[in-house]
Design a binder for this molecule. Structure first.
Ligand code: AR6
Length: 187
């Protein structure tokens, strides 16, 4: 697929992921699925009890959610069909190339698992936060590159997902995404 076709399917947004319209939003959760700070805290606060209940049910049936995997719940009080909860990797300093590559692979997997789960549930418009770039300290530029490459690779393979919104809460991430997407001819 040519970059210009991706132009209509990838959107860059600055703001709060809970405020931007989509079929489904992705949460940067932790393996416990019990909530936390950052975007996870915002989604659980706004979504309310339904989300916590569904997360508890998932924990009862399958146990914790491993890094790179994704699960789906209702969206509670938010105007989305669902929330997909994925777990990104914690950045372990990336001192050697092997740990760096391993972390990149896990971050890519978190994006791909979320897209696959959206498609499986017939959700065509999906918003992502900048997974792992907060509490989990993943370098922002490497995280953005990994996220964009994963999404582009997926969209080129499957035409089911119509829109992927990268919702950047912080200006720094927004500028990094803008530069990378411009370089690729997508923005
Ligand atoms: N909308 C969009 N992005 C947001 C919002 C929001 N409302 N709030 C924060 N961000 P983080 P992680 C951005 O720390 O690094 C939690 O405690 C934020 O600026 O939320 O994957 C979980 O329970 C940053 O760029 O997630 C886990 O324990 C990005 O979201 C752990 O943090 C991700 O930051 C996960 O860490």
């Amino acid at each position: 697929m040519k970059p210009k076709d991706l132009k209509n399917r990838i959107v860059l947004v600055k703001g709060d992921i809970t405020e931007y319209p989509a079929d489904v939003i992705v949460n940067a959760a932790n393996s416990s699925l019990l909530g936390g700070s950052g975007v996870d805290g915002a989604i659980h606060r706004k979504g309310g009890r339904e989300i916590t209940e569904d997360c508890m049910k998932i924990r009862d049936s399958q146990g914790k959610c491993n890094v790179g995997e994704a699960v789906i719940t209702r969206a509670g009080n938010m105007p989305f069909k669902n929330v997909i909860h994925t777990v990104g990797p914690v950045w372990q300093s990336g001192k050697n190339n092997e740990t760096k590559l391993f972390a990149e692979r896990l971050l890519k997997k978190a994006y791909i698992s979320s897209l696959e789960l959206a498609e499986k549930n017939k959700l065509k418009n999906i918003s992502f936060p900048n997974i792992s770039t907060g509490v989990y300290r993943f370098p922002k530029d490497l995280a953005a590159k990994t996220a964009i490459n994963a999404v582009v690779e997926y969209l080129e393979k499957s035409d089911f997902i119509e829109k992927v919104n990268f919702v950047c809460f912080e200006n720094e991430n927004f500028e990094i995404y803008r530069k990378l997407l411009e370089e690729k001819g997508i923005l």
